[in-house]
Design a protein around this ligand. Structure first.
Ligand code: SIN
Length: 282
């Protein structure tokens, strides 16, 4: 297996590997897992694997979970279908920098995404290294956010386009989660900037040290949160991947964010994602 680094910040392409082999080959799987921790997102071309093999490979990392809004393949629970077609104008939910499912108490460990069908050009996906984003923050901002916690909401994201009753039912099933603004990567010990498009507000900002008068709370917190969320947009932290059918991306959802570029209507795009259960951030 060759590991070819794609940018200075994040991402590597694995060459000379068939992912189906890694389902049973412990040594090969261990090398892929180590490369994932080092490069945060891995890419492969020409992986003509079945849905069963896709799921079996992803399960080597851990249990899989579906998505309450995007449906799964009926024969392969946990294999989420991200099928976009131009006749569904509301179908734009991926078009923001995010880490998957941070609205859960335990957001995903990572995912294995396969391209089934893509436009001839466009429809790329970008990833950002959120460890680097944290490291490069000014020291005074690091101090300011060290103890902050924030709310992440499926209601305010996927739920926003739903009729009220359906949105409230979604919220009842998946209440907003609270996470540290800076999480610690459970395997590497790195600090990660952990706010994204699912984050609605800080939950412990309004203290006497930060807020002199009540009026300061809202703009102060809002400006800081927007500034932190915007860090994923910095090109020096990013890699951009151009899809072909049977291309695959494997990412560490704990230390990255991603953005699926929606520049391809009226073309169709079909992706299938096996999302791997993660643990509670600390
Ligand atoms: C996702 O947001 O997990 C899907 C990314 C993509 O469709 O490229």
């Amino acid at each position: 297996m060759q590991v070819e680094q794609l940018t200075c910040a994040i991402g590597a392409e694995l060459v000379g590997v068939n992912l189906a082999d890694a389902i049973h080959d412990d040594g090969l799987f261990a090398r892929i897992r180590a490369a994932l921790l080092e490069h945060r997102v891995l890419f492969l071309r020409d992986q003509n694997i079945s849905r069963g093999e896709h799921v079996a490979f992803a399960r080597r990392f851990g249990e899989l979970e579906g998505h309450p809004v995007a449906g799964s393949d009926p024969e392969h629970p946990g294999l989420v279908r991200i099928y976009k077609n131009p006749e569904q104008p509301n179908d734009r939910y991926e078009n923001a920098w995010h880490a998957d499912a941070t609205w859960r108490e335990a957001p995903q460990f990572g995912a294995v995404l396969r391209c089934v069908e893509c436009p001839p050009v466009g429809g790329d996906t970008m990833w950002a290294n959120m460890v680097l984003a944290y490291e490069n923050l000014p020291d005074h901002v690091k101090t300011q956010i060290a103890e902050l916690r924030a709310r992440h909401s499926i209601e305010a994201s996927f739920g926003a386009v739903m009729p009220t009753e359906k949105r409230l039912a979604l919220k009842a099933q998946f209440p907003d989660a609270e996470h540290p603004v800076v999480r610690t990567h459970p395997e590497t010990g790195e600090k990660v900037l952990f706010v994204n498009a699912f984050t609605t507000h800080f939950t412990n900002y309004h203290t006497p040290a930060r807020v002199r008068f009540g009026q300061d709370a809202s703009p102060g917190a809002g400006d800081l949160l927007r500034y932190l969320i915007s860090q994923a947009c910095i090109p020096e932290y990013q890699v951009r991947w151009r899809w072909k059918p049977n291309s695959i991306a494997i990412w560490d959802n704990r230390s990255t964010q991603h953005y699926a570029v929606m520049d391809y209507p009226p073309c169709h795009r079909k992706m299938e994602r096996a999302g791997i259960v993660g643990d509670k951030p600390y």
